[in-house]
Design a protein around this ligand. Structure first.
Ligand code: SF4
Length: 212
């Protein structure tokens, strides 16, 4: 597999925010979101065997693994990596960008060890037309749906997606880094939305830099 980086840090997003986590960042992405903060993962990486990946991660005192990118499901070995991780009793958190079919990933057993974080890209990303909304139907209570918000149009778009597809999981709204979280919080409070704000805790703790 082509791996951009492996590192150990604090999960900064979503329902596992704050937990120590091993991150495996895979190379390559099929989207080009305007606000992307991981452009370095588009091409840079080293071919790494599954054995080498396991050698690297076993040095960390942690059983949470986040597979991220780029878009990790572009690489055909990713489902095998997930299966081997759960067989070794790691809890896997898969971050995926909403454009790739999830039907194979959701079959991996035991399901309770695989948590999917599905992005739905809003208009400000420029990538909203690439979404496969049918993926929302694969999510269950253990999973999460995430909208990155950078203006009112994104917020209204997110509400419309929630109304249309009624996701069966926790929903996170995350202000794009540098945008006003307070404004988003006030909109959510005014509308009484049953969603959670995600603030990229790792950037608050360590700063906006690579490898944390
Ligand atoms: S899906 Fe993620 S990695 Fe790909 S362009 Fe968008 S923000 Fe960047």
């Amino acid at each position: 597999m082509k791996i951009n980086e492996i590192f150990y840090s604090i999960q900064g997003e979503g329902k596992l925010s704050g937990y120590p986590t091993i991150f495996i960042r895979l190379t390559g992405c099929n989207l080009r979101c305007r606000y992307c903060d991981t452009k370095y993962a588009y091409y840079d990486g080293i071919e790494t065997s599954l054995n080498d990946i396991f050698s690297r991660i076993k040095s960390y005192p942690c059983r949470n693994v986040c597979i991220t990118g780029g878009e990790p499901l572009l690489q055909k070995e990713t489902p095998t990596l997930i299966k081997k991780l759960v067989d070794k009793k790691y809890r896997v958190f898969l971050e995926t960008n909403g454009s790739i079919d999830l039907s194979d990933v959701v079959k991996i057993e035991p399901k309770k060890y695989v948590m999917i974080s599905l992005d739905i890209k809003c208009p400000s990303s420029g990538m909203q037309d690439k979404m496969r909304f049918e993926n929302i139907n694969y999510l269950s209570e253990k999973d999460q749906l995430k909208f990155v918000i950078s203006n009112r149009e994104d917020y209204e778009y997110s509400k419309d997606v929630m109304d249309r597809f009624k996701p069966n999981c926790e929903i996170f709204m995350q202000p794009v880094w540098g945008w006003e979280a307070e404004r988003l919080a006030r909109w959510i409070l005014e509308d009484g939305l049953n969603v959670r704000i995600s603030l990229q805790l790792h950037k608050i703790v360590f700063g906006d830099k690579r490898g944390v």
